[in-house]
Every structure is written in structure tokens, then in C-alpha cells.
Design a protein around this ligand. Structure first.
Ligand code: NAD
Ligand code: UFG
Length: 334
């Protein structure tokens, strides 16, 4: 079975490609390297001893998508290609809407032309906005997004709902990822943001290696046990494996749209993250309490029982694994 993976050299895409290749799928990949490096392709080969059939190009380019569909008998598309930096999306909203929404419209158009009707789409817990009740279930209201990145994901979710309502043969899974962290055990692939990391785990890891001096803990006056923000961190390899379960599900159902949260169901605070990272790696993390970061919410964690029940998927790796693997990756890629 051939799987077309967009954004295949990115953080989640590369780990998913590894799991797909290991499971015996043929993988066709596309990336424009706007937020990743070509060398990731070699690393994927090093880990799996297998190769992706890779195309360099842009999701917005209908011709390359058309060529990929013509050259390959694609069964399922997994769409990871998007911009994802929350702060950047506030400064450049239109490029986020173009890259994250128009790209999906172009993709669907080409899929329809080639009669490819199975899609897994990467959405985010950010579509839930601020919820009063935890953990978050899939049927809770979405919509109060606080930045153009989140809104772009919400728009695509609506587009996919309308698509499935109009064509009962289309099969779509929307995964709402919570906070993916960590790296492949090999340390060959992981999260390698350009410049100063905006997210917690890559920032902590670079403080540990002394590439960065001190972590700013954004607020200790939230409505949480220790006052710092609580999130549902999930190991990237667990998250990647969920896509294998998603593929199986798409092959079973007749049509329609399914939505699944992907998290562990546990929330950890920023201070708990720091403590676990220190213990797991026997390092010291310098940190100071700083003002809240605008747009942040106090708590966000998933109820992932729907994925467990319907996809037979559950996260197996714990916070210590996430911290160890994140550190191993930064050490090997300094
Ligand atoms: P990433 O930036 O590491 O990977 C995205 C990849 O897509 C990159 O390799 C980039 O070069 C490529 N890309 C972007 N626009 C493209 C285009 N127009 N044409 C071709 N390639 C393009 O991001 P990631 O963390 O791997 O995220 C993957 C998906 O998961 C994204 O849709 C993201 O919004 C979503 N998501 C990520 C997180 C997270 O915390 N990492 C959380 C929720 C949802
Ligand atoms: N934090 C710090 N210091 C930092 C970075 C983060 O204290 O330097 C805190 C934040 O305030 C928050 C927690 O660590 O309480 C996690 O922050 P991240 O930036 O790692 O993650 P977010 O939950 O804010 O956002 C992430 C992705 C979004 C996605 C969201 C839900 O960046 O794209 O998860 O999936 F939408």
C-alpha cells in the first residue's frame, strides 16, 4: 500500500515515515524544506534501511501534486505540510492561511481528480481554545482560537467536514495533536527548530546543553497546582504510531469523517517538566519565573479514550522517555 506523506521531512512527518516504512508501507513524500532539512531523508534511510520516494516541491503547486498522483498509485494521503509557529502566525496571518488552508484545497482538488479518497489530516488541540472542563473530549466545542495558526487548522477542519458531507466515499481522519515532544531513540531525527525554540521541551533541552542560558517560565500564577501551565506532552514516536492505526481505520470504514485526540491523558506543569528533565538526564536547568506569555491558557490535556477504543491505540512512553530522548537528540545534533 502506498502512502503519500506531505511535509515528510518535518518533525512529525519524519517520525511517521519511519513507522510507516518499518511497518512495510511504501512511502511517497513531498516537502519544500521551508522548515526542515534534506539530510532528514538520509537519517530516515539510516534508521529504516528503506527509502522514501521523495519529491521536492510546494503543496501549493497543483502540478507537482498531480505528477505525484500520476507517477504513483497512492492509496492514502497523510497531510503534515503546514506552518506551525503561533507567534509568527500573528505577524504573518495571510501566509499562514495560504500555506495551511489553500494547500489543503489544492490537495483535495488533486485527490478528487485522481479518485484518491482517504486522508489523514494533522490538526491541533489549539482548535479547542480555552476549555473550562478537563480532560478535553472530541465532542467539546471548538472555535475560540486565539491566533491565525489555530484558526487555519479550524478552517481546514470545517472544509473537511463539508467535503465528507458532499461525498460519502471520502474517508477522513482528523488527528488533534496535543503537545508532541521527544525524538526517535536513535537521536538521528527529532525536533530541530531554526533559531531560538518557541516551545518548552526544545528550549529546556538547549538550556541543558548550555546553548541557551536560562529558561523563562511563562507565569506562575495560573490556576494550576504549582501555578505554571499544564499541558499533555506526548512522545513523538507514540504520536507517529497513531497514524498506522489511522490507516487501518480508514481501510475499514465506508466513508465519513472521524476526529481523534492524540495525547496521553495526563497534564504536567512546566515545573514538573523541568524536574523530570533534570532527573532523567542528570542535568541542571537554569530557569526564572517570567511574565505570562500572551495567548497562553492555564491547562490543556486530552481525553484520548476515543482513540484507544476505536483505533486500539494508546500512548506507551512516559515523560521520562520524552525527556531522555529529547536530550539525546540535542546532544547528538549540537
Ligand atoms: P514541521 O514544521 O516540523 O513540519 C512541517 C513540514 O512541512 C516541514 O518539513 C516543512 O518544510 C513542510 N512544509 C510546510 N509548508 C509546505 C508547503 N507549502 N509545501 C511543502 N512542504 C511544506 O511541523 P511538525 O511539528 O512536523 O507539524 C506537522 C503538522 O502537525 C503540521 O500541520 C502542524 O500544524 C501539526 N501540529 C503540530 C504540532 C506540534 O506541536 N508539533 C501540534 C499540533 C499540530
Ligand atoms: N513555556 C514556558 N517557557 C517557554 C516555552 C513554553 O514556560 O520558553 C510554557 C508555556 O507557557 C506553556 C507550556 O510551557 O505553559 C507549553 O508551551 P509550548 O509552547 O511548548 O506549547 P503550547 O501548549 O503553548 O503550544 C503547542 C504548540 C501549538 C499547539 C498547541 C496545542 O506550539 O502549535 O501545543 O497542540 F497548537
Amino acid at each position: 500500500m502506498k502512502i503519500f506523506v506531505t511535509g515528510c521531512t518535518g518533525y512529525i512527518g519524519s517520525h511517521t515515515c519511519v513507522e510507516l516504512l518499518n511497518a512495510g508501507y511504501e512511502v511517497v513524500g513531498l516537502d519544500n524544506f521551508s522548515n526542515s532539512k534534506r539530510e532528514v531523508l538520509d537519517k530516515i534511510k539510516e534508521i529504516t534501511n528503506k527509502e522514501i520516494k521523495f519529491y521536492e516541491g510546494d503543496m501549493l503547486d497543483e502540478n507537482i501534486l498531480d505528477k505525484i498522483m500520476n507517477d504513483n498509485n497512492i492509496d492514502i494521503v497523510i497531510d503534515f505540510a503546514a506552518f506551525k509557529a503561533v507567534g509568527d502566525s500573528v505577524e504573518h496571518p495571510i501566509s499562514y492561511y495560504i500555506n495551511n488552508v489553500s494547500s489543503v484545497l489544492t490537495l483535495i482538488k488533486v485527490m478528487q481528480k485522481h479518485n484518491v479518497k482517504k486522508l489523514i489530516f494533522s490538526s491541533s488541540a489549539t482548535v479547542y481554545g480555552k476549555q473550562e472542563i478537563m480532560p478535553i473530549t472530541e465532542d467539546m466545542p471548538v472555535g475560540n482560537t486565539t491566533n491565525p495558526y489555530g484558526t487555519s487548522k479550524l478552517f481546514v477542519e470545517h472544509i473537511l467536514e463539508d467535503l465528507c458531507a458532499s461525498d460519502n466515499e471520502f474517508k477522513v481522519i482528523i488527528f488533534r495533536y496535543f503537545n508532541p515532544v521527544g525524538a526517535h531513540k536513535s537521536g538521528l531525527i527529532g525536533e530541530n527548530p531554526n533559531g531560538i525554540p518557541a516551545n518548552l521541551m526544545p528550549f529546556i533541552a538547549k538550556v541543558a546543553t548550555k546553548e541557551l542560558e536560562c529558561l523563562n517560565v511563562f507565569g506562575n500564577d495560573y490556576n494550576t497546582p504549582d501555578g505554571t501551565g499544564v499541558r499533555d506532552y506526548i512522545h513523538i514516536v507514540d504520536l507517529a504510531k497513531a497514524h498506522l492505526s489511522g490507516i487501518q481505520k480508514l481501510n475499514e470504514i465506508k466513508g465519513g469523517l472521524l476526529i481523534y485526540n492524540l495525547g496521553t491523558g495526563h497534564g504536567y506543569s512546566v515545573l514538573e517538566m523541568i524536574n523530570t528533565f533534570e532527573k532523567a538526564n542528570n542535568v541542571k536547568i537554569n530557569y526564572k519565573i517570567a511574565p505570562r506569555r500572551s495567548g497562553d491558557i492555564d491547562v490543556c490535556f486530552a481525553d484520548s479514550s476515543k482513540a484507544q477504543k476505536e483505533l486500539n491505540w494508546t500512548a506507551t512512553l512516559d515523560l521520562e522517555d520524552m525527556c531522555k530522548d529529547a536530550y539525546n537528540f540535542v546532544i547528538k545534533n549540537k
